[in-house]
Design a protein around this ligand. Structure first.
Ligand SMILES: [Zn+2]
Length: 353
């Protein structure tokens, strides 16, 4: 009966092709030979499973039309929070990534995994990641520059595979000699001590580029420790798009600091720096996105000092959109919609005095 079934179902396909011969071997493997002739069945025991495999080999176009049996794999985003620092409600990285993950939980096609308190003990959490975002303290204490260059090399391997990379707030600052070149390749720029500056001010973001990260973001104004004057590739000012061999760059959040902001004081060191004052009137980028030539994407975001800023819908949306975009998940037409539950900003705060 098994033979009959196989012959009956195979015949029309073989006849239509006219030149294909199928040998089903006793061990269950199947060999396809490009020869004309009748179907030879050498095995008396054809299992249904074998027939299934055969039909897949013969009629791939038919199987392609059928609905997928399993849900397509989700894109994986890993949000890494740095260790606690600063007074309460500032640099609340752990609470921040928890809040972001909550807001991203309902995004179709995205799986968000969080890492708290710095670099994970088990790096298996990074396996299969499509994007990794670092929200943490930086400079010489940046998590990615610990253990010599081991972690930097690991992140470079991700970048080489096209994994998206995002760096937020103090996490955009690195020591040039340690990681400046890497950051240029990953996100097009970085905060450089004594070159960039970190005043607390209230920029007004009034217009946004035609970019997926901007979707649904309305003009907003918000007080934060918005760093500016990053050390971008080739000393680009960063307030307009540019293209270089490693990355193409688009500023997302651009505003013009007042003269008073440039005159300081900055948070640390207080400044003012003559080169910051010399650019009075110039617009600056506080968030930017890059497409890397290795097919990966990246963003830098310099706000995120005050935890309560996550309560602003547009502040939150532009960052959530960026997370989707670097993970290559389609950003919805109106951006990532999210609402915060009552008391959400008071949850998960680090124990601080
Ligand atoms: Zn800060």
């Amino acid at each position: 009966m098994a033979d009959d079934r196989a012959e009956r179902e195979l015949e029309p396909t073989a006849a239509a092709g006219g030149k294909t011969r199928y040998d089903v071997r006793a061990n269950g493997t199947t060999r396809v030979r490009a020869k004309s002739g009748a179907i030879e069945m050498r095995c008396r025991l054809i299992l249904l499973a074998t027939w299934f495999l055969l039909s897949m080999a013969i009629m791939p176009s038919l199987s392609a039309d059928e609905p997928a049996a399993v849900e397509p794999a989700k894109r994986k985003l890993v949000l890494v929070a740095g260790k606690p620092s600063h007074p309460p409600r500032m640099h609340e990285f752990n609470a921040g990534v928890r809040l972001m993950a909550d807001c991203l939980a309902q995004v179709p096609g995205l799986e968000t995994v969080i890492v708290l308190d710095g670099w994970p003990r088990d790096e298996a959490v990074f396996e299969g990641a499509d994007a990794v975002v670092f929200y943490m303290d930086g400079g010489g204490g940046h998590e990615v520059v610990q253990e010599g260059t081991r972690r930097l090399d690991l992140v470079q391997q991700w970048a080489d595979r096209g994994v998206g990379l995002g760096f937020m707030h103090f996490g955009v600052e690195v020591v040039p000699d340690q990681a400046g070149d890497r950051f240029h390749r990953w996100i097009g720029g970085y905060y450089e001590h004594m070159f960039s500056c970190n005043p607390i001010w209230e920029p007004s973001f009034e217009a946004f580029p035609d970019h997926p990260i901007s979707r649904g973001v309305r003009p907003f104004t918000i007080r934060d420790e918005w760093y500016f004057n990053m050390r971008f590739v080739n000393d680009e000012p960063g307030n307009a798009p540019w293209e270089h061999e490693a990355v193409s760059f688009v500023p997302i959040l651009v505003a013009r600091p007042s003269d008073a902001v440039r005159d300081g004081p900055y948070v640390y060191p207080q400044g003012p720096y003559p080169h910051i004052q010399a650019n009075k009137g110039r617009a600056e980028a506080m968030m930017w996105a890059v497409e890397r030539k290795d097919d990966g994407r990246g963003f830098g975001f310099t706000g995120g000092h005050f935890h309560d800023n996550w309560g602003n819908d547009d502040f939150r949306k532009v960052v959530l959109n960026a997370c989707l975009w670097i993970a290559k998940v389609e950003v919805p037409e109106q951006g990532v919609e999210s609402t915060l539950a009552e008391g959400a900003l008071d949850r998960n705060l680090d124990p601080k005095r």
